[in-house]
Design a protein around this ligand. Sequence first.
Ligand SMILES: CC1(C)O[C@@H]2[C@@H](CO[C@@]3(CNc4nc5cc6c(=O)[nH]c(N)nc6cc5[nH]4)OC(C)(C)O[C@@H]23)O1
Length: 373
Amino acid sequence: MAVKYELIKTCAQTGARLGRLHTPHGVIDTPTFMPVGTQASVKGMSPEELKTLGAQIILSNTYHLFLRPGHELVKEAGGLHRFMNWDRPILTDSGGFQVFSLSEMRKITEEGVQFRSHINGDKLSLTPESATQVQNALGADIIMAFDECPPYPAEYEYVKQSTERTSRWAERCLKAHSRSHDQALFGIVQGGMHADLRKQSALDLTSLDFPGYAMGGLSVGEPKHFMYEMLEETIPYLPGNKPRYLMGVGSPDALIEGSIRGVDMFDCVLPTRIARNGTLMTSQGRMVVRNAKYTNDFGPMDPECSCYACRNYSRAYIRHLIKADEMFGLRLTTIHNLHFLVNLMVQVREAIREDRLGTFREEFFEKYGMADN
Ligand SMILES: CC1(C)O[C@@H]2[C@@H](CO[C@@]3(CNc4nc5cc6c(=O)[nH]c(N)nc6cc5[nH]4)OC(C)(C)O[C@@H]23)O1
C-alpha cells in the first residue's frame, strides 16, 4: 500500500482540515510538523527521544545523502529506515533547493543542475531522473519531485521560465520513478510570488495526478503575508483528497496560519537550528536561555511545557551547560523546541476537531506575541 490521505473533517471556523496520512511505515495525523534530519539524523536526537516527543514522520535530504555517504551505501545498509534505525515514515526532499542554498558554481539547464560539492568541490550533477533514482534507493515513504526553487526576489520572466521547466521536470520524475518500491512521489508547485504562475504550476502538476502536492518557492525570505497570499492562490487548484505540504515552514505563527489555509504538512530546520544557539520557543514567546537574567532562575524553560527538559532541568542549569559548551545543553533545548512544535500541532488538530481553530489562533497569538517568530 503506498501513501493514502484520509480526510477526517474540515474546521467549521476556518479552511483547516483534520486528516490521516497512511504510509507503509505508519500513520501520520495531519496537520503535522516534520522534524528535519538532513543527514540522516535529527541533530542530537535519538529515534526514541523523537518518538517520546511525538514525532510521527521525519525529513532527510537527497542532496546531502547523495554527497555523503552516497545513496548506494544507504541502499546497501538496507535503506534509510534501517540505516538510521527509524521505523516510522520518512520524507526526503529532492535536492534541487539544497543545490542552490549550499553548493558553489552551479549551472542549471533543461537537463538538470551541475554543481560543485560543498564538501570537497567535486563536480556533480542532479537531474530529475537521477534525483528520483537516488530517492528510490534511499527508500523514504514520500519522495519529492526534482524542482528549481527560484531565488527571491526574481524577475517575473525568470520565475515563469523556471516554473515551466519545473513542470517538465516533474513529468520526467514520474517517468523515472520506479514503481517497484511502495514510495509516493509528490509534485512541487512553484510560481514565485505570482498568482498566475502559481495557478498554472498547480494545473500543470495536478494534470499529472501525483498522490500529494508540495508548495515550494516559499519561506525563502519573502514577507510572510506574500507566503499566505500564495497559499490562498494555490490551494484552490489542488485536489481536496490529496495532502498539501508547505516546504520550509516551522515558526508557530506560520504553522497556525498555514493550517488555517488548508496546509497538512510542514517542515523546517528552525526549531533545531535556533535550539543550537540557545533560543527557545515557549508558550510566552521566544526566550534566549543563555541570557544572564536566567543565571539564578531555577524554574523550567517553559512552565506550561511537559517535555523531558522542562520536567527535569532548570533554566539556570541549561544556561550553564550552554555557556560551558556542554553537548547536553543543546540536546535539552532541541528536545524542548521539537516538543513545542509537535505539541502545537496536537493543539491545532484538537482545535480543528472542535471547530475552533480561529479562536485558538487569537488565544495563541495573544500569549505568544505576534512578533515575527
Ligand atoms: C525559516 C528558516 C530558518 O528556515 C531555513 C532558513 C531559510 O529557509 C529554509 C526553509 N525554507 C525553505 N523553502 C524551501 C523551498 C523548497 C522548494 O521550493 N523546493 C524544494 N525541493 N525544497 C524546498 C525547501 C525549502 N526550505 O531553507 C533553508 C535554506 C534550507 O533553510 C531553511 O530560514
